[in-house]
Ligand binder design. Structure first.
Ligand code: ADP
Ligand code: MG
Length: 593
C-alpha cells in the first residue's frame, strides 16, 4: 500500500502527490502527519530546509478541512511573497483531484482587489504574508472567526523580519480554540518564546539535529584575497559550465552590482532583492525556475525558503552575518534527496567564521583551490565537446548545405577537423586565461605577507619586470627558466633578478640595460609550437585589482565593465561558451612593448 495512504491521506491527494514524484514520506512528514491529522494539538516542527515541511502541514490540513464549507478554515502565514506563492501552488497541486477547494494567496505588492474578490467568492485556505493579511483584516474583508488551524511557516524568518506585532494582531482575529502549527528550520530563542506565547503544550518534533544542515550538501570554501573575490568567483563559475546557482550577498546593493557586472561580463545572471517591485521579483523568479537564468544573485531575505529544483551550487559571495542564515542559504540546494554544493569565498579575516559555522552545523568544510586557467579551459572544452556529442542534427535542414561544406573540408583529416572546431572555442579561452594568475591564498599568508607580495610585484631598482607566457605547466623549474632566458637572450645570469614562476606564465626581472636584448632575441622564439611572448609587466596595481576594501572590489568590477564596453561587447554566454574578459588581460596590454 502507498505509505501516504497508510498515514491516512486520502486517495485523491495521494494520486496528486504521486504525480509530483512523492513516493515515500520524508521523515518530517512521516512523523508530523499522524500527529497533525488528529487536529487536537498545537505543534512545533523543526526540520532542516528542503525536507518537505509544506506537505507535512499541507496534507493533514486537506484531511481536516471541510470543503463543503466556504469560509476560511486554515491560515498559513509565511515571510515572503515568493514563499506565499510557492506554498499556495503546492497546496493547489496537492488538491488537483479534489473538488471545491479554494486557496487564496494574499501578499503585498499585487493588486489587492483581485485578492479581495477571491476571498469574497469563498476560500477555505488562506496563504498570506503578514503585512497584506493585516491590511485585509483592517478592511474587514475577511472573517477569521471560524479558522481552526494557523500555520506559521518559516517562523524564525518572520520574526527576523519584524512581523511579530503583525502576527499578534492577525492571531487575535482567530478563535482561541484554533490549533497553531509552527514550522521552522531553526529554533532561536525568539521562536521558542513565540511558541510559549501562542501555544499550549505543543507537540514538538525535531528531525535531524537542530540547526544542522542537510547531509547531502557538501560545504566548501575558497581562501582568497578580498580584492580577488569577483575574479575568483567568475573563475569558479567558469569551472562549472553546467552551474545552476544561487549567489548570496549581504546587501541589496551588492546583489545588484554583482548581477550587473556579471551580465556585462557575458554571464546569464540577475538579482533578487527587496527593492525590486513585486512584478520584477516575479519575473526574475520565473526566469530562474524555468532555467532561463543561470545565476540568481540574492539577499538572504529574498531567497528565504525558495524551492527551485536542482540548484547545483549555493555560493556565499559574502558570508552571512548570522550563522543561522548560512543554513538557510545552503538549504536552497540538495533539496528532495538530491546533492548539492554550498561554497564560500573567504579571505583570511573570515576564516574564523568558517570554523564557527562548522561548529554550529556540525560539519567540516573542505578547502578548495580556485581552479587555474588551464583547468578552466579543459573543463570548458570538455563541456563543449559534450555538447557536440549531444547536439541534435536536423538532417533535413542541414543537408542542402552539406555538399559545399564537405567540399571545403575535404582536404582535412578527421583529426584536423576536430582540432580546428575545438580551437574555434578554445583559442578564445586560451586568450582569456592566458595570464590568469593564481588566485589562491595560503592559509598562513597573513596580511603582512600580502603586503610583502605586493611589493614583490613591482620591480627592484635598476631592473625591469617582464612577463613571459611560459610557466611551470610548461615544465620549467626556476633554474631551467633562468637557463632558457639567458641562452635565448644571450645574456649572463647575473643580469636576471627575481624569477616568479607561475602556472602558465612567469614574471622575471632583468637589468634595465638588457631589456632591449631580451626583446630582440625573443622576437621569433617558439616553444613547443607556441610563440613565446615577452611583455613589460606593470606593477602589482595593474593587475586590475582595485583596493582591498569592499569599495575596492567595486572599483574592480567597474574596471571590468569598462573593459567590456570598449572591447567586443558582451557576448551571449551560450554562444561564447562562457568565455569572457579577464582582468589580467589589461595588465599587460597597457604596457605592451
Ligand atoms: P521545506 O519547506 O522543508 O524547506 P519543501 O516543502 O519546500 O521543503 O519541499 C522541498 C522539495 O521537496 C519540494 O520540491 C517538494 O515538492 C519536495 N518533496 C516534499 N516531500 C517530498 C516527498 N515525500 N517525496 C519527494 N519529494 C518531496
Ligand atoms: Mg518551506
Amino acid at each position: 500500500m502507498n505509505p501516504f495512504l497508510e498515514l491516512g491521506i486520502r486517495h485523491e491527494v495521494v494520486n496528486a502527490i504521486t504525480e509530483m514524484g512523492f513516493e515515500t514520506p520524508s521523515p518530517i512528514q512521516e512523523k508530523a502527519i499522524p500527529v497533525l491529522l488528529t487536529g487536537n494539538d498545537d505543534f512545533v516542527g523543526l526540520a532542516q530546509t528542503g525536507t518537505g515541511k509544506t506537505a507535512a502541514f499541507g496534507l493533514p490540513l486537506l484531511e481536516l478541512i471541510d470543503f463543503t464549507q466556504k469560509h476560511p478554515q486554515a491560515l498559513i502565514l509565511c515571510p515572503t511573497r515568493e514563499l506565499c506563492l510557492q506554498i499556495s501552488k503546492d497546496v493547489e497541486k496537492f488538491t488537483k483531484y479534489l473538488d471545491n477547494v479554494n486557496v487564496v494567496a494574499v501578499y503585498g505588492g499585487a493588486n489587492i482587489s483581485d485578492q479581495l474578490r477571491q476571498i469574497r467568492r469563498g476560500v477555505q485556505i488562506v496563504v498570506a504574508t503578514p503585512g497584506r493579511m493585516l491590511d485585509i483584516i483592517n478592511r474587514k474583508a475577511i472573517d477569521f472567526t471560524k479558522v481552526q488551524y494557523v500555520v506559521l511557516d518559516e517562523a524564525d524568518e518572520m520574526l527576523n523580519m519584524g512581523f511579530q506585532e503583525d502576527i499578534n494582531n492577525i492571531l487575535s482575529e482567530t478563535p482561541d480554540t484554533k490549533k497553531t502549527w509552527l514550522f521552522s528550520a531553526t529554533m532561536p530563542r525568539e521562536v521558542r518564546r513565540i511558541a510559549q506565547k501562542y501555544m499550549t503544550n505543543p507537540v514538538e518534533l525535531t528531525v535531524g539535529t537542530k540547526n544542522a544542515g542537510n547531509a547531502n550538501i557538501e560545504h566548501q570554501y575558497y581562501l582568497i584575497r578580498a580584492k580577488d573575490k569577483y575574479a575568483a568567483f567568475k573563475r569558479i563559475v567558469d569551472f562549472y559550465p553546467e552551474i545552476f546557482g544561487i549567489v548570496f550577498c549581504r546587501t541589496k546593493i551588492e546583489t545588484q552590482e554583482i548581477a550587473e557586472a556579471l551580465v556585462k561580463d557575458g554571464y546569464n545572471a540577475d538579482s533578487l532583492h527587496g527593492d525590486l517591485s513585486q512584478q520584477q521579483r516575479d519575473k526574475v523568479m520565473k526566469r530562474y525556475r524555468e532555467r532561463n537564468l543561470q545565476l540568481l544573485i540574492a539577499t538572504d531575505v529574498a531567497a528565504r525558503g525558495i524551492d527551485v529544483n536542482d540548484v547545483t551550487h549555493v555560493i556565499n559571495f559574502s558570508l552571512p552575518d548570522e550563522v543561522e542564515n548560512y543554513t538557510h542559504r545552503s538549504g536552497r540546494t540538495a533539496r528532495a534527496g538530491k546533492t548539492g554544493i554550498s561554497l564560500s569565498l573567504v579571505n583570511v579575516k573570515e576564516q574564523s567564521k568558517i570554523r564557527h559555522i562548522e561548529k554550529i552545523i556540525g560539519k567540516s568544510f573542505e578547502r578548495k583551490q580556485v581552479p587555474q586557467g588551464p583547468e578552466v579551459c579543459e573543463k570548458q572544452l570538455l563541456a563543449m565537446i559534450d555538447k557536440v556529442n549531444k547536439v541534435e542534427v536536423n538532417q533535413e535542414q542541414i543537408s542542402p548545405f552539406l555538399p559545399a561544406i564537405m567540399e571545403n573540408m575535404e582536404h582535412l583529416s578527421k583529426e584536423e577537423i576536430i582540432t580546428r572546431f575545438a580551437s574555434l572555442e578554445f583559442n578564445r579561452f586560451l586568450e582569456y586565461y592566458r595570464n590568469a594568475p593564481d588566485l589562491n591564498m595560503e592559509a598562513r599568508e597573513g596580511r603582512n605577507e600580502e603586503r610583502g607580495e605586493r611589493r614583490d610585484r613591482s620591480s627592484s631598482k635598476g631592473y625591469t619586470r617582464l612577463f613571459m607566457n611560459l610557466g611551470s605547466v610548461d615544465e620549467f623549474s626556476r633554474g631551467e627558466m633562468l637557463g632558457f632566458i639567458c641562452n635565448t637572450a644571450k645574456i649572463s645570469g647575473k643580469s636576471i633578478g627575481k624569477i616568479d614562476l607561475k602556472g602558465v606564465f612567469t614574471f622575471f626581472e632583468v637589468e634595465d640595460a638588457e631589456v632591449e636584448n631580451i626583446f630582440n632575441n625573443f622576437k621569433d622564439v617558439d616553444f613547443n609550437g607556441r610563440q613565446v611572448r615577452i611583455e613589460v609587466s606593470g606593477d602589482g596595481r595593474s593587475e586590475g585589482r582595485g583596493g582591498r576594501s569592499r569599495g575596492g572590489d567595486r572599483n574592480n568590477r567597474g574596471g571590468d565593465r569598462r573593459e567590456r564596453r570598449s572591447g567586443s561587447g558582451s557576448r551571449d554566454r551560450k554562444d561564447s561558451g562562457g568565455f569572457r574578459d579577464f582582468s589580467g588581460k589589461r595588465q599587460y596590454s597597457k604596457s605592451r612593448y
